[in-house]
Write a protein that binds this ligand. Structure first.
Ligand code: FE2
Length: 449
């Protein structure tokens, strides 16, 4: 019998296919760039390996790109075709893929949770569970999942560092900063290349306003990321946020051009419209502009790859960032198409994301466009009543903060001091320690005092 590195059965008669599947699972948990390569190798070694096809489909689904839907469906069909002798655990992966392919994302989460009930050290299932819940905005449920399996993990189990990283991020988003930092630091001590753990501790430092420490933390670890995929660009985004807090705008632009959004980088060339990269890039440029920095041509290349994806409803948080990008280049026609597509999907679409689009992505996108048009009262009218729904877009507190900055800036420009003060209080409740001391909010308050 072949297994993954934690002893879970992988149904295939081909040893190399099993090894490739196991490598893919661990590469995914480690945020490495070679996951797809391992899965393709697994399928080449055993074209009838059901779980390899299921994993492949789940990876394609996770890329949040509507043009991948046919490939997701093909992977699902093959996984089901070859599923006659697979384990219950493997059946749950295929079931999760089937739900995901139909947009029933909470049902997919339930499948991952079912796997974890009987296989608590299936770190790959935990990783997929966290990813799905993160983009649904439900990190409390993700924390429940990692907390439930925590007693089953220890340093003798391969992947312990990766487990700690996941648990650390769940804890951080729940505001349990001390526990999060301890788990994240332990994970990095075990494996310095653990970028997900590095990221969790980075979040703690950002939420607590430890900006200089954050730069030092990332600088001390960034040389370990040669094998890491796009996640490294996101951690560079975080590093740029720390520099922004210290008004080191040249360092932010250097980080942006070389890492956050470097079109020459091989990973970006392979996937120039990857959702997380576009979120990072647009979120950073908007903040730079708020700080009075001329970002010149930088919006346009993102707008060029986004304009063809206005009807892509696979990620509410990404669609809201698409609005930020298209509005920045003043392509208001594309903005309208995007907003119309969101409205249509909200009313006529199926699956978990429809309400997330209706309640959060739609007002966020409309507000981003209105802000760029200078219609600040409109921003407040749209986004203020929806602000407590914004978590439905998914993303971290640090990422979602962009839309609170848009709202707060608009409220300040409208001279609505009561809302400015109230919003700052609410942002503190979200988990930011002293938000009024953050560069963006300080600036907004100064400009409109
Ligand atoms: Fe982050």
């Amino acid at each position: 019998m072949h297994t993954d590195f934690r002893g879970h059965k992988l149904t295939t008669s081909n040893e190399l296919a099993a090894k490739s599947c196991a490598n893919a699972m661990d590469s995914y948990m480690q945020r490495k760039s070679d996951v797809t390569g391992h899965l393709q190798a697994a399928i080449e070694h055993d074209p009838e390996c059901a779980i390899a096809h299921a994993y492949q489909g789940l990876m394609l689904h996770g890329a949040k790109n509507a043009t991948y839907q046919n490939m997701v469906n093909e992977s699902l069909a093959k996984a089901k075709q070859f599923s006659s002798n697979i384990s219950d655990r493997e059946h749950f992966y295929i079931k999760a893929l089937e739900f995901a392919s139909k947009g029933q994302l909470l049902d997919a989460v339930s499948c991952f949770e079912a796997i974890l009930e009987t296989c608590p050290t299936d770190g790959f299932a935990l990783s997929l569970c966290q990813a799905e819940l993160f983009w649904l905005g439900d990190m409390r449920r993700s924390l429940a999942a990692s907390s439930l399996v925590a007693p089953h993990w220890n340093g003798n189990i391969p992947g312990y560092s990766e487990f700690l990283a996941m648990h650390a991020f769940d804890l951080e988003e729940a505001g349990q900063y001390q526990e999060a930092e301890a788990a994240g630091r332990l994970a990095v001590d075990i494996q310095p290349a653990n970028i997900w753990a590095t990221h969790a501790v980075t979040h703690v430092m950002y939420m607590q306003g430890r900006h200089t420490e954050g730069i030092d933390w990332i600088s001390g670890l960034q040389d370990n990321w040669q094998d890491v995929g796009q996640m490294q660009f996101h951690v560079w985004w975080h590093k740029c946020l720390f520099h922004l807090e210290r008004a080191e705008h040249d360092a932010v632009l250097e980080g942006y051009d070389n890492w956050v959004r470097n079109r020459e980088h091989s990973l970006v060339q392979a996937l120039p419209d990857l959702y997380i990269d576009l979120q990072n890039g647009s979120s950073l440029l908007w903040r730079l502009e708020l700080a009075g920095v001329d970002v010149a041509h930088r919006w346009q290349e993102m707008a060029d790859v986004v304009v063809g994806r206005v009807a892509d409803m696979s990620s509410p948080f990404t669609s809201a960032h698409f609005a930020v990008i298209l509005a920045a280049v003043k392509d208001f026609s594309a903005c309208e198409q995007l907003i119309d597509a969101i409205k249509h999907y909200s009313h006529n679409g199926e699956g978990t994301l429809t309400s997330h689009y209706a309640k959060a992505a739609l007002p966020a996108a409309q507000a981003a466009v209105a802000h760029r048009r200078g219609e600040y009262q409109q921003v407040v009218d749209i986004l203020y009543p929806a602000r407590k729904n914004l978590w439905l877009m998914g993303g971290s507190h640090a990422q979602q903060d962009l839309f609170f900055q848009i709202l707060l800036d608009a409220a300040a420009k409208c001279g609505d001091q009561r809302k400015v003060d109230l919003l700052l209080g609410e942002i503190e409740q979200i988990g930011f320690v002293e938000p009024a001391q953050l560069a963006s909010y300080k600036l907004i308050k100064q400009q409109h005092a």
